[in-house]
Design a protein around this ligand. Structure first.
Ligand code: PLP
Length: 378
């Protein structure tokens, strides 16, 4: 990091240290304008039409680029708008390598690309050593897509090793770092070419805004294609949502720290518990990916964990309907704790164990969350 740059915590707390030149306001305005006037020479003075870019979105993109150590960043109307824009750059006949277990929306999108656009997709087993490398080498791979912690089993993928394998094959590495934001893992520093976030989750943090983020190490031809694709497909983030995203990001570091501490307390409490078959959390020393997670996650092991419970899907759903504090809802990364029977929402392609309950841990008191799970496990 540039020594003149503040730490990430300070950067976030100050929302990029914005000060409005005209008014002195320390929070950026929301610009709802959809169109922008040309000057007397008929030149645009900054912005043209809001589907290409708008001032409020540009403000949050500047902060995101600094947060990620990126040359440029783009914000989208949702995470999947960002993901589909990234994969717009893959041509028919090219090959994508991605984990078999990962966020199911991305997997569904990749299957669709394979069926409708003639793109080849190779899914690898993230728990098998060397599987990513073998999948990359088995064809003419142009894109490798990973999640450092795969959702929702939280197996760990080594980002540096994935970057080395991708680059050796002439491919680019895209990293979905939604559950491992830059306050714990800086994907571009670890070798990723593009980092993605569902801004809906930790970045915004309050379960009240949909947003997506792409940030690039260097803004070459592929990046320009993504920018153009955002304009042409229209998945740009609205001004109010951009403003909310920046507002949420100001507390990202302290929310994430508290959420990770709570998740860690819950994981340790239920490891070996008679009502639970297994706790899946990379912060536990017993987790097979713990050492790699420790190396690449410098700000804690995150706030997502899963429990495998007795009695299959029925047992899991029973627990999810008995909690009083954990809200039975999908999504993650908000300040409130959520519990979810994952196989129920993932649909027919789900590769997730039927008895898996996914917990998104919030900022409530850890002892109360533990007591809630204790009574729900009965
Ligand atoms: C890891 C991950 N990536 C991508 C997405 C998609 O983001 P969005 O729901 O904002 O479109 C999600 C949403 O749950 C996610 O958890």
């Amino acid at each position: 990091m540039n020594e003149n740059e503040p730490s990430l915590d300070t950067l976030l707390a100050q929302g990029g240290h914005f000060v409005d030149r005209e008014t002195g306001a320390i929070v950026p305005p929301i610009h709802p304008a959809t169109t922008f006037a040309r000057d007397r020479r008929y030149e645009l003075t900054g912005f043209g039409y809001s589907r290409s870019a708008n001032p409020t979105g540009a403000e949050v993109e500047k902060v995101l680029a600094r947060l990620e150590g990126a040359e440029d960043a783009l914000v989208f109307a949702s995470g999947l708008a960002g993901i589909s824009t990234f994969f717009e750059t893959v041509r028919a006949g090219e090959r994508i390598v991605a984990p078999r277990v990962m966020y199911h929306g991305t997997a569904d999108w990749l299957r669709r690309l394979a069926e409708r656009r003639g793109v080849e997709v190779a899914f690898f087993d993230a728990t098998a050593p060397g599987a990513l490398e073998a999948a990359v080498e088995a064809g003419d791979t142009s894109v490798v897509w990973i999640e450092p912690l795969v959702n929702p089993t939280w197996d760990v993928i080594d980002v540096r090793a994935a970057a080395a394998a991708a680059h050796a094959a002439g491919a680019v590495l895209g990293v979905d770092a939604t559950v491992t934001p830059a306050v714990t893992l800086r994907a571009l520093d670890l070798g990723a070419d593009v980092v993605f976030h569902s801004g809906t989750k930790y970045l915004a943090g309050h379960s009240d805004v949909m947003a997506g983020v792409l940030a690039t190490r260097s803004a070459g031809e592929r990046w320009e294609e993504m920018k153009l694709a955002r304009t042409l497909t229209g998945g740009v983030l609205g001004a109010f949502e951009a403003w909310l995203l920046l507002r949420g990001m100001r507390t990202l570091h302290i929310r994430y720290e508290r959420q990770a501490a709570n998740a860690n307390a819950i994981a340790r409490h239920f490891e070996g518990h008679p009502g639970v078959e297994a706790v899946l959390y990379p912060g536990l020393e017993s987790h097979p990916g713990h050492v790699v997670a420790k190396r690449q996650m410098t700000g804690g092991f995150g706030a997502m964990l899963s429990l495998l419970v007795p009695d299959g899907a029925e047992g899991a759903k029973r627990v999810a309907t008995r909690t009083r504090l954990f809200v039975p809802a999908t999504s993650l990364g908000g300040v409130e704790s959520l519990i979810e029977h994952r196989a129920s929402v993932e649909g027919p392609h789900s590769a997730v164990p039927a008895n898996l309950l996914r917990l998104s841990v919030g900022i409530e008191r850890a002892d109360e969350l533990i007591a809630d799970l204790e009574q729900a496990l009965g």
